[in-house]
Design a binder for this molecule. Structure first.
Ligand SMILES: Nc1ncnc2c1ncn2[C@@H]1O[C@H](COP(=O)(O)OP(=O)(O)OP(=O)(O)O)[C@@H](O)[C@H]1O
Ligand SMILES: [Mg+2]
Length: 237
């Protein structure tokens, strides 16, 4: 069943158009990947779903309701949670304080204790380090806090923007495993933006490929990995 329908949106920054007539569907409970080169428009797409940008054309429908003209805080309240590129933690605040900041919507405040327990179960290292300042954590630990803060927001849909960027292979594995768990065990629908095609396809149900602000391919992750264009352009084979 489709949970989000993005219908022919065009989006830009001022005069500069970045997304051109983009349409896609997100199905309930799936892990959907958006892949594409630097500058393709992946982060712009997530910012538009989150309500940080407004499309000049087209619309975004979530669970039957048009959300593309709603303010970002209302969209968060509906459970569409964005874990942004670059983590964006408050470095002079502790791990726990950063996690608490995720829980500002009424729904999330209600579930505060349960969600915190889930975060610590998913990332035991954060429980050990809850009083440590976020700025002193390793890159991988910071990514755990960013994802944990997303869980504290009581997500129905979690949008992750390049969560594995800059992490060592072992830590990457942990992060991808955690994302899979969030989808499969907590029933959260995932939109995953990644440049690591192999790891993201391994946990995804479907994927879209973006190039220069347009969707150029859509398919199951297996199909995409076997696609000659994807192989040549993204896997170098
Ligand atoms: N605030 C902004 N003002 C003007 N142009 C912007 C702004 N943010 C992004 N762009 C432009 O929009 C285009 C798409 O950027 P976007 O960040 O969506 O790409 P991306 O696919 O996420 O790339 P990356 O993989 O490098 O994160 C780029 O050409 C970028 O320069
Ligand atoms: Mg980006």
């Amino acid at each position: 069943m489709s949970l989000i329908n993005i219908n022919n949106i065009s989006v830009g920054y001022g005069e500069i158009q970045v997304l051109f007539d983009v349409s896609l569907e997100v199905r309930e409970g799936e892990i959907l990947s958006i892949v594409g080169a630097n500058g393709a428009g992946k982060s712009t797409l997530l910012k538009t779903i989150s309500g940080l940008l407004t499309p000049s054309q087209g619309e975004i429908v979530f669970a039957g309701e048009t959300i593309s003209r709603q303010p970002a805080d209302e969209i968060v309240g509906k459970g569409l949670i964005h874990v942004p590129e670059g983590r964006r933690l408050f470095s002079l605040m502790t791990v726990l304080e950063n996690l608490e900041l995720g829980a500002f919507s009424p729904n999330a405040r209600h579930r505060f204790e349960q969600n915190l327990t889930e975060v610590y179960a998913l990332f035991p290292r954060l429980a050990e380090r809850k009083t440590q300042l976020a700025g002193t954590l390793s890159g991988g630990e910071q990514q755990m806090v960013a994802i944990g803060r997303g869980i504290m927001a009581q997500p129905k849909v979690m949008m992750l923007d390049e969560p594995s960027l800059g992490l060592a292979p072992v830590l990457k594995k942990d992060i991808f495993a955690a994302i899979r768990k969030i989808a499969r065990e907590y029933g959260v629908t995932i939109i995953l933006v990644e440049q690591d095609l192999i790891n993201s396809m391994a946990i995804s149900d479907r994927a879209y490929v973006m190039e220069q602000g347009q969707i150029v391919l859509e398919g199951s992750s297996g199909d995409l990995l076997n696609d000659p264009h994807v192989k040549a352009a993204y896997l170098g084979v």
